[in-house]
Ligand binder design. Structure first.
Ligand code: ADP
Ligand code: MG
Length: 610
């Protein structure tokens, strides 16, 4: 056996194995090159999921003859100016994309630099480089990739259906578009336009939010909170969605590090911690966050595809994410997302569809006597983005205590912006409180609201001095599996802080001696069983503090006014006043809204009065 150097073609094919996993990886490499080249417009065309044809066209700086010739050689790059791998300012730097792509496909590059008469073109097929020839091309670069993996057929088998591959391309390009609102992006599937994001004139926050809205939906723009933090050379910006605008999967969670889309566990963990007060574990917020930091503080070179990063101080990054997101959420007060009121409106709309159609003659006209509330005039209620539906953020500073406010006259409440939830009028199904405000109609879910109030109180009380406890007359024995007992005992001190006093009772039971006073009458056995389930399912994913807060939410749920309890008007009003001064009362601990508001404007629209 002799040791020998591998031929270049083989070396490039091996490298291609890492860089070119699928068509989308080619798009990523080529578009990153276009961005690095200062392009303001990038157009991508794909066919058969990119397998038979891919084209990336840009109006960047382009390459002259010599650059083009060298660019397709391995480890040839115009980047890495100081040969410093730990000071990476560009998206590319490894100098292996073009030769790798050329090794496994038919690659054709045409390029021209500004002010030159003609450009140059070059092709590489299965690693064999052609001669350069002159061509007509505007300033910028066009790269075409045909017959991907024709040179390495074994790899073709690993490709998925065209639809799947197209989706991957779409996602890759979308992520790059999110990070660069100043660049226009188009994607075509053969001749069909998949998207066309216009270049924004600036790259400020407004431009960014516009671009994000194009991608994540208008409802994100309406329900996003700006995040902004600076600390120790780290700069975080971007937007996070209100908890009430959540999804069943984590697809809409994006993190960019120095302009580069990355997939990193640190984001998922931080989001879970920051939103855990507001969302159950199976709901996911929508976020797009952009972190800028000294390139020396992050290693981008972990993986050839450059989607993984290694932070020097991952703990700091996590802390920064959590605290800035929480700050943004706190600033939202008890605002809930507009989408909720919108869907409420839509269901009103649907209900009215079921009404028998009024005969044409009864359509109101200026001369007829028919009432203006005729059903034929309400189509505006179906409009998906009715104005005025937003749940206005409201001042919740220093509202008087519940006891005093119970006495306040109705007119005073209606006129005072301190009381945005208005005057309670009645209770429906022993579950919903209906209140009247100056601006409209408010419907409160009493259980959801009360649960939030109890939870916030417990957290506050625990912070201040520990929670008030009440001793059970007869301590309760709760039997549980040994492992569950074990878990409970691990957090026994924290539970004490929250007013729950447990004691070990043999191998398979605990003794409940005291419970949080604000729970009132509580079924201790059920509470302990729920708690232990909760601890079990949280597992290792949570830090202790997070666990305890989660547990606190479970306790709060037990102490809350259950749906189905009759409330007096005084009790209802007291609940409204309490909500107004409690942070985050717009949603319950599980991210469901605690109230919806329907402005009179829209009520009138429903009845065709507007
Ligand atoms: P890297 O991006 O890591 O430098 P590549 O193989 O992707 O390596 O590209 C090699 C070089 O070719 C780049 O450094 C750049 O100088 C040039 N290049 C590639 N694509 C373009 C483009 N679209 N416009 C201008 N120059 C390009
Ligand atoms: Mg590159």
């Amino acid at each position: 056996m002799t040791v020998r150097l591998l031929p270049t073609i083989l070396v490039n094919q091996i490298a291609a194995g890492e860089v070119v996993e699928r068509p989308a990886s080619i798009v990523k490499e080529l578009v990153e090159n276009s961005i690095d080249a200062g392009a303001t417009q990038i157009n991508v065309v794909m066919r058969d999921g990119g397998r038979s044809f891919l084209q990336v066209q840009d109006n960047g700086n382009g390459m002259n003859r010599a650059d083009l010739e060298l660019g397709v050689e391995r480890h040839a790059t115009s980047k890495l100016p100081n040969e410093d791998l730990f000071n990476i300012q560009t998206l590319g730097f490894r100098g292996e994309a073009l030769p790798s792509i050329g090794a496994v496909s038919r690659l054709k590059i045409s390029s021209n630099t500004r002010g030159q008469e003609n450009g140059w073109t070059l092709s590489v097929e299965g690693g064999n480089k052609s001669d350069l020839s002159p061509c007509v091309h505007p300033a910028g670069t066009t790269i075409e990739v045909r017959d991907l993996f024709f040179a390495t057929p074994a790899r073709l088998k690993f490709l998925k259906t065209s639809t799947t591959e197209s989706n991957h391309i779409n996602q890759v390009l979308t992520r790059l578009a999110m990070a660069h609102p100043e660049i226009g992006f188009t994607l075509k599937d053969n001749t069909r336009v998949c998207f066309n994001y216009m270049p924004q004139s600036s790259s400020d926050e407004d431009a960014r939010l516009k671009r994000l809205g194009e991608i994540m939906g208008q409802e994100f723009t309406e329900n996003a909170l700006a995040v902004s933090a600076q600390s120790q050379g780290y700069q975080l910006s971007g937007f996070v969605g209100l908890p009430t605008l959540s999804r069943g999967n984590a697809n809409f969670q994006y993190l960019f590090v120095n302009g580069r889309p990355v997939k990193d566990k640190v984001l998922a963990g931080a989001l879970r911690a920051a939103y855990q007060d507001f969302l159950p574990r199976d709901r996911h917020p929508l976020v797009a966050l952009f972190l800028e930091l000294d390139p020396h503080m992050v290693d981008m070179n972990v993986h050839p595809a450059k989607t993984e990063v290694r932070f020097r101080d991952a703990g700091f990054v996590r802390g920064l994410l959590i605290s800035s997101i929480q700050k943004a959420l706190n600033s939202a007060g008890h605002r809930a997302s507009t989408t909720i009121a919108q869907s409420a409106m839509q269901s009103f709309g649907t209900a009215s569809n079921a009404l028998p159609r009024a005969p044409a003659s009864s359509t109101p006209t200026s001369t007829s006597y028919s009432t203006p509330a005729s059903v034929t005039t309400i189509p505006s209620a179906h409009s998906p983005n009715l104005p005025g539906l937003s749940l206005a953020p409201t001042a919740r500073t220093a509202a008087p205590a519940a006891a005093e406010t119970a006495q306040i006259a109705e007119e005073e409440i209606l006129a005072d912006p301190q009381y945005p939830l208005g005057v309670a009028k009645t209770q429906l199904k022993q579950t919903y409180i209906v209140a009247e405000t100056e601006k409209g109609l408010v419907i409160v879910d009493q259980h959801a609201a009360h649960e939030r109030l109890v939870y916030e109180k417990m957290k506050q009380g625990q912070k201040d001095r520990g929670v008030a406890r009440q001793t059970l007359l007869v301590p309760e024995v709760v039997e549980l599996p040994e492992a569950a007992i074990e878990h409970l005992l691990q957090v026994i001190d924290d539970l004490f802080q929250f007013g729950l006093v447990l004691e070990k009772f043999g191998e398979s039971a605990v003794l409940v001696r005291e419970v949080p006073a604000l729970l009132g009458q509580v079924n201790a056995k059920r509470l302990i069983c729920d708690l232990s389930d909760e601890l079990e399912s949280l597992g290792q994913a949570y830090s202790l503090k997070e666990k305890v807060e989660e547990v606190c939410a479970t306790i709060a749920c037990h102490g809350s006014v259950r749906a189905g309890r009759q409330l007096s008007l005084e009790e209802m009003n007291a609940l409204l006043r309490e909500m107004e001064k409690t942070p985050h009362s717009g949603q319950c601990n599980h991210g469901r809204p605690t109230y919806v508001e329907l402005p009179w404007n829209d009520v009138e629209k429903l009845f065709g009065r507007r």
